[in-house]
Design a protein around this ligand. Structure first.
Ligand SMILES: C[S@@+](CC[C@H](N)C(=O)[O-])C[C@H]1O[C@@H](n2cnc3c(N)ncnc32)[C@H](O)[C@@H]1O
Length: 196
């Protein structure tokens, strides 16, 4: 779903970039996140800040997808090497063939996606065997707390608990390799598609 004006503005801020660089991406390094030589898909790529970090590390390719044209216009204006951006809903990845990515990354988007269950099925399909998926997102409780303080006006329909999310990922065929639960508000997963 599209962001409220307040959340959209916050996503362009220096503190959002600081968190993305120093907490989210750095945190995932400890779980082995490494972009070099890989085909990367970022869901909800926003205005392209994480794309600018990822493409510095010589991935084979970088693909970003987002639902908001105004976010994508900013991302495209960065003219990043070997980066491709598409507008669309991540619950439908039918433009991508089976087994086409080595890694999928999510920095705070799936709590906006009503079709997050379909996304997990699609993620399994488009990942190569042995491919990895790194998820950093907010739970229903985390979104409610954020809205209490910041009034970002999230929709209720897409929200989930960590248990609901982990359970559906497992039903989609993904293996949980790592998991952190931050007080039931925020969480990280590293998933893997089984190698054949
Ligand atoms: C909270 S912002 C995070 C943006 C970026 N990942 C970042 O860390 O700054 C969520 C992003 O997801 C996008 N989004 C929301 N629902 C979406 C959907 N169903 N499919 C694709 N993108 C979506 C929004 O347009 C927005 O750019």
């Amino acid at each position: 779903m599209k962001l409220s004006k307040k959340e959209y503005d916050a996503m362009q801020s220096g503190w959002r970039k600081w968190i993305n660089r120093n907490l989210e991406i750095k945190g995932f390094r400890g779980w082995g996140m490494d972009f070099e030589g890989k085909d990367i898909l970022e869901i909800g790529c926003g205005s392209g800040y994480s794309a600018s970090l990822i493409t510095k590390e010589n991935p084979k390719s970088y693909t970003g997808i987002d639902i908001m044209p105004e976010q994508l216009a900013k991302a495209e204006a960065l003219n990043l090497p070997n980066a491709h951006f598409f507008q669309g809903d991540v619950s439908d990845l039918s433009r991508f063939e089976d087994n086409s990515f080595d890694m999928i990354v999510d920095f705070m988007i799936l709590h906006h996606v009503e079709g997050w269950r379909s996304f997990l099925d699609e993620a399994f399909r488009v990942l190569r065997p042995g491919g990895e998926m790194y998820i950093n997102d907010l739970t229903r409780k985390g979104v409610h707390m954020t809205d209490f303080f910041f009034h970002w006006e999230h929709a209720e329909e897409p929200l989930f608990t960590i248990q609901e999310f982990g359970q559906k990922a497992s039903e989609s065929g993904l293996i949980t390799v790592e998991k952190i639960n931050y007080a039931g508000l925020d969480f990280c997963f590293k998933f893997q598609k089984p190698a054949v």
